[in-house]
Design a protein around this ligand. Structure first.
Ligand code: NDP
Length: 400
């Protein structure tokens, strides 16, 4: 069917690339382009024997629009799948605009020097993408991503009106390290050390980091403590789900993770303010990332399951209704299939699905879109087919 340019070759990208190679009918040709080309070449060598997809590799600095434009013009992909870091979103979108190529990502833009992620910057591209006749699909991971698709599906099939959404992200996996992050440590720590917030009655309610804690008994995992965080899909769902009164996001963390994080924070290691060290400027958080285990290396040692989903409350035919949609994913099963743990897997699979639906024209449009704006049915079907089957509960325990 077509060609995809995939930018980045980290934990998430590796899974998405494995999945594209399992789906050669759609992904006839891919180019893996990243900062460190040797990682792209290693993956190409591993996958080439197992797939009909033709794989190319390239070195690219995704902060450099000119370099990106050159590469896109050379390869002429149907879509660009951005699986680098949130800092690169805008430069990659600029290159897509210049070459009139569709754009897909899994995380919203975040400036390198301010730990603030929001859609504002990418939504400002709406008119420009419309005029260029191309589309940007924002947030095609799990959360954001599948959580938005779940919301659109619940609204389409189960409710006349959704009033409350609680997104619960549970990782019951154990990697055996006292402290490690399951995806890029810098992005992960910026996210969890920020203030929390949730959307209620048309406005944001802010909390201190980890201020709101609940316990929940997750199917497939068991009882876990979870904490309210700000999360990017809250921002778009607040706009795209009519009738919504409150949306919250909770993520589970173990005590060891939290104790280490507090200690690192207390000594200044999570700061993004550059400091002077022996004549060099270093950012403590970036240095911390360098000494922590690479999330891609957690695959072989992580056991247990993830359970991520949404609990909806609203009205159907004038009656109150609750509905829970979730996916359970097993770390070791993922490792056996694609050599990665479940956090990368649950993000990489939806990234491939989003790219597939744009490439084959199932989802089309001109402008910049969040995932819940499209018909959820083909995505839901693809989740079952490509490794993330979902389950339903019509009588779930609610979070108070
Ligand atoms: P990794 O750090 O493992 O991978 C990032 C990749 O991007 C690396 O290959 C890195 O290259 C490459 N890269 C970084 N900067 C540049 C640059 N300037 N030019 C070219 N390549 C660059 O991160 P993850 O795979 O864990 O995460 C990838 C993305 O997925 C992030 O944006 C993250 O926020 C998002 N994510 C989304 C989730 C969701 O559910 N929606 C969940 C988890 C993650 P190098 O190898 O040289 O370092």
């Amino acid at each position: 069917m077509g060609k995809a340019l995939i930018i980045g070759c980290g934990g998430v990208a590796k899974v998405a690339i494995h999945k594209c190679c399992q789906n050669s009918e759609v992904f006839e040709e891919i180019m893996i382009a990243s900062r460190t080309k040797s990682k792209c070449d290693e993956l190409k060598e591993e996958l080439e024997k197992k797939t009909k997809t033709i794989i190319h590799t390239a070195q690219v600095d995704a902060d450099n629009v000119e370099e990106l434009v050159k590469l896109i013009k050379l390869f002429q992909p149907d879509v660009v799948l951005n699986l680098a870091l949130p800092y690169q979103d805008l430069s990659i979108m600029d290159a897509c605009l210049e070459t009139k190529t569709h754009y897909i990502d899994t995380a919203n833009y975040e400036p390198l020097d301010t730990a603030k992620f929001e859609y504002k910057w990418q939504w400002e591209y709406k008119e420009k993408f419309k005029e260029a006749g191309i589309m940007a699909l924002l947030g095609s991971g799990f959360d954001p991503g599948v959580t938005g698709v779940f919301s659109a599906y619940a609204l389409k099939h189960e409710f006349d009106e959704i009033n409350y959404i609680d997104i619960l992200d549970c990782n019951g996996g154990d990697h055996g390290y006292p402290f490690a992050t399951n995806f890029n440590p810098e992005i992960n720590i910026r996210e969890v050390s920020a203030n929390g917030s949730y959307w209620q009655d048309g406005k944001w309610v802010e909390t201190k980091p980890m201020e709101i804690k609940r316990e929940y008994d997750f199917k497939g995992v068991g009882k876990k403590d979870m904490y309210l965080l700000h999360h990017e899909e809250l921002e778009s769902l607040a706009i795209n789900i009519p009738g919504i009164k409150r949306i919250r996001f909770f993520m589970t963390f173990g005590q060891s993770y939290l104790t280490h994080l507090k200690c690192l924070e207390n000594v200044g290691m999570t700061s993004i303010e550059p400091i002077e060290y022996e004549g060099m400027k270093i950012v403590p958080l970036q240095f911390l990332k360098a000494v922590l285990p690479d999330p891609a290396s957690l695959g072989p040692r992580t056991v247990g399951k993830t359970n991520i989903g949404c609990i909806f409350r609203g009205k159907k035919d004038g009656k109150d209704k609750t509905y829970y949609l979730y996916n359970i994913c097993d770390h070791q099963e993922c490792y056996k299939e694609v050599g990665s743990q479940a956090i990368s897997y649950t993000t990489g699979v939806p990234a491939m699905i989003g790219a597939m639906l744009v490439m084959n024209g199932t989802w089309s449009g001109k402008g910049v879109f969040n995932i819940e704006e499209f018909d959820p049915d083909p995505f839901m079907e693809a989740l079952n087919k490509w490794g993330l089957p979902w389950e339903e509960d019509f009588n779930p325990v609610l979070v108070d």
